[in-house]
Design a protein around this ligand. Structure first.
Ligand SMILES: *Cc1c(COP(=O)(O)O)cnc(C)c1O
Length: 495
């Protein structure tokens, strides 16, 4: 299967290995497969009895046709090993008769990014070999918190790669910051920048587009690549857990084979929910995709009226991994629905005017599958409290945004189908806000004491990767101006 750019300004078609190696297409667009492969009912049925890793090798193999099934199975087995994820990497938990939670945070950094970033470095190293690449790869990452740590864990000490992560200094939780500042590994660099996530992301995009930097790096036998969800290698492993969750709901008897479900995803960069859309296009029986946002509700507005407008106030919320005004992967949806020419036009308008409005037929097609609902801070906190007290289920702030959206969706649309809410982080990753949401009369407590308090209050256990963090040494204290990101890259490579 070949890959092309969402913008179609260069004629090239490339292999999946090449798309994973490069991250972005040469015209600034994102790589997409030329067509979406189909999962037949027989194939789906045959996966019911298979392990997660076998499901992963099969589904990923539909897209990465220049990788063998055995290679993919080996990579999945290494990525989702029991010592990293426990007995099953993506379990479905029944919350009530109609609502189910797909828990994607049982990996080493306690957020769903692990699902992709534990396997992607393995796919990436194979991609270097498959494309005959001799240079070293420098993986550049802009993060709103969770991607950075997950990418650092995924790429640490991976041969032939270096990884550098930029995060907004005031835009991540204390736990997220500690996770990154204490990162070990000989090939890692972590910098806080003065600015928000979009500043970090624009900075990384600027560096990618800069021919001068590229030439300097090339002299040092290095090239740039990305681990952000704009890389196809990030997206394709995310399709797997939707297929897997559906099959698990079938085998536990919660739905009949072929029965449609709705899915609600807490959304930031539109990567996770887009992976679900691909699963739907492949033939997974999913009806509606509920796109849940926090008060940075640029996507909700887009799904309500067809206008995408990034020129708005930015809010730092208690669900920081969704504090995003430019949802990069929306470009992939536009490409699928509107084609390359229109996508290029909209992206140009977004860069120039900060907004675009899609044609009405395109809008109609998008809203056939997608519904947008946003949740404010008070409702997010209230949902954490209610869900714990009424359902005995402890959820983090991001999952709460989706849980609230799912409940509102079901009551507003009178939806009869069962709904799968995607749970994207361990409550302990955002322990302070979770604790204070349940124990509303509590005084402000230090972030570092929150996990212990939350554990006492709820009788649940602190995940091991988070309980050890407080005693680790800070290795990456730097805070830099966003203009200095380019220099940080060059310094790191010259090191
Ligand atoms: C990254 C992240 C999200 C948003 O996912 P996208 O793929 O960017 O839409 C939601 N919740 C958590 C906890 C995350 O880390």
């Amino acid at each position: 299967m070949n890959y092309i750019s969402t913008r179609g300004k260069y004629e090239g078609k490339v292999t999946s290995a090449y798309a994973i190696k490069c991250g972005l297409a040469e015209d600034g667009g994102l790589f997409m497969p030329e067509n979406i492969p189909h999962l037949t009912a027989d194939e789906l049925r045959s996966l019911i009895s298979k392990s997660y890793n076998e499901r992963a090798a099969f589904v990923v193999g539909k897209f990465l046709t220049d990788y063998t099934y055995d290679e993919l199975l080996l990579d999945a087995e290494a990525a989702y090993a029991e010592k990293k994820f426990g007995s099953f990497p993506a379990p479905v938990r029944k919350v009530d008769e109609k609502l189910f939670s797909l828990e994607l945070w049982h990996g080493p950094t306690c957020a769903f990014k692990d699902m992709a970033l534990q396997i992607m470095p393995r796919l990436f190293v194979r991609a270097l070999r498959k494309t005959g690449e001799k240079r070293e790869a420098l993986i550049l990452v802009a993060t709103s918190g969770d991607t950075g740590k997950a990418a650092l864990e995924g790429y640490r000490d991976v041969e032939g790669t270096k990884i550098q992560v930029f995060y907004p200094t005031d835009g991540v939780s204390v736990m997220q910051k500690l996770q990154m500042q204490t990162q070990e590994g000989a090939n890692v660099s972590v910098k806080a920048i003065k600015g928000n996530f979009d500043d970090a992301q624009s900075g990384v995009k600027r560096i990618f587009a800069d021919a001068k930097t590229e030439a300097v790096l090339n002299q040092k036998n290095t090239f740039l690549s990305s681990a952000n969800s704009i890389n196809w290698g990030r997206l394709v492993p995310q399709i797997v857990y939707y297929v897997s969750a559906y099959l698990d709901m079938v085998s536990s008897g919660e739905i009949a084979f072929g029965e449609k479900i709705d899915v609600c995803v807490p959304t930031g960069n539109f990567g996770n929910i887009f992976a679900c859309y691909i699963a739907k296009l492949m033939g997974l029986p999913v009806e509606k995709l509920v796109c849940a946002s926090n008060v940075n509700n640029v996507l909700t507005e887009f799904l309500a009226c067809g206008r995408y407008n990034k020129l708005r106030d930015f809010y730092a919320t208690i669900s920081p991994s969704m504090d995003i005004l430019i949802s990069s992967n929306l470009e992939r949806l536009l490409y699928l629905v509107a084609g390359q020419k229109k996508t290029a036009e909209y992206m140009e308008r977004l860069a120039k005017d900060g907004e675009y409005t899609v044609d009405s037929d395109i809008f109609k097609k998008i809203t056939e599958s997608f519904v947008g609902i946003y949740t404010d801070e008070a409702e997010t906190k209230n949902t954490i409290k209610k869900t714990f007290e009424n359902k005995n289920y402890l959820i983090d702030t991001h999952t709460a945004v989706a849980m609230s959206a799912a409940e509102r969706y079901m009551s507003t649309y009178k939806a009869e189908r069962k709904i799968l809410v995607v749970s994207t982080a361990s409550p302990y990753k955002f322990a302070k806000d979770v604790f204070m949401s349940i124990n509303v009369s509590s005084c402000d407590l230090p972030d570092t004491e929150a996990p212990e308090k939350l554990s006492d209050l709820t009788g649940t256990e602190i995940p091991a990767p988070l309980s050890s963090i407080l005693t680790k040494k800070i290795l990456h204290p730097d805070i830099i101006e966003r203009e200095d990101m380019d220099n940080a890259v060059l310094d790191f490579v010259t090191d």
